[in-house]
Design a protein around this ligand. Structure first.
Ligand code: ATP
Ligand code: MG
Length: 195
């Protein structure tokens, strides 16, 4: 599951957990982006986004976090993410077959056809689009069979809203895991003076 995770919130975690359950996935690998190519806003340091993702997922044995995108120079393209993860997997589990899925919310799925090398993406992973409040979940017009759409419990949470709440001194409790809220406070992320 790719994302800016600026910061990770319970919407991401529910999506990952539901897809893992429905598809019987052994693992969900969260990949925080490097320089976000489709957003013009300067991002929070990759290291903070990575660490918050680790904090949020640490207790779940199905979840892990990969640094492939944080550590790669330049903009993050999902096709590179998948290639790097698959190469790492082949190195560490030689000869072991694996099935790959890429999890996206309705908004990201709608944009995927405009991403770099969509054919490369669908060659490497089955796409799973999940419902997200405020967005229409539709097949983005990719060839038949490469996308599965599933309904998940609706959490109207976004990272943008969390950043705005911190800026405006509105609570973010219960929208993000407690450890993430504490990290945001400790590092003074998203505060007015940091912008
Ligand atoms: P931002 O507001 O900064 O864009 P975001 O909340 O959309 O942040 P991203 O890191 O952009 O979070 O999203 C990563 C992935 O998680 C995307 O595929 C997105 O569609 C999905 N996603 C994010 N929030 C939810 C949610 N509440 N329910 C379902 N999917 C979600
Ligand atoms: Mg988003």
């Amino acid at each position: 599951m790719g994302g800016t995770f600026d910061p990770i919130h319970h919407g991401h975690l529910v999506a990952a957990s539901e897809v893992a359950h429905r598809f019987g996935l052994q693992r969900v690998i969260f990949t925080p982006t490097g320089v976000p190519w489709h957003k013009d806003r300067p991002a929070t340091p990759g290291e903070d986004r990575y660490l918050m993702t680790v904090i949020a997922t640490a207790a779940d044995t199905r979840f892990e976090v990969s640094r492939v995108d944080i550590d790669r120079e330049g903009p993050t393209y999902t096709v590179d993410t998948l290639r790097d993860l698959q190469e790492q997997f082949a190195t560490h589990h030689p000869g072991q077959p694996a099935e790959w899925f890429f999890i996206t919310g309705a908004d990201a799925l709608a944009e995927i056809v405009g991403w770099h090398d969509p054919d490369g993406i669908i060659d490497r992973a089955h796409l799973v689009g999940v419902t997200r409040p405020g967005h229409q979940l539709t097949d983005p017009g990719l060839p038949g069979g490469v996308v599965t759409l599933i309904e998940i419990p609706a959490l109207a949470i976004s990272s943008s809203d969390i950043r705005a709440r911190v800026r405006e001194d509105t609570p973010i409790d219960y929208l993000v895991p407690e450890g993430v809220a504490r990290w945001i406070r400790k590092k003074r992320l998203y505060r007015k003076e940091a912008l």
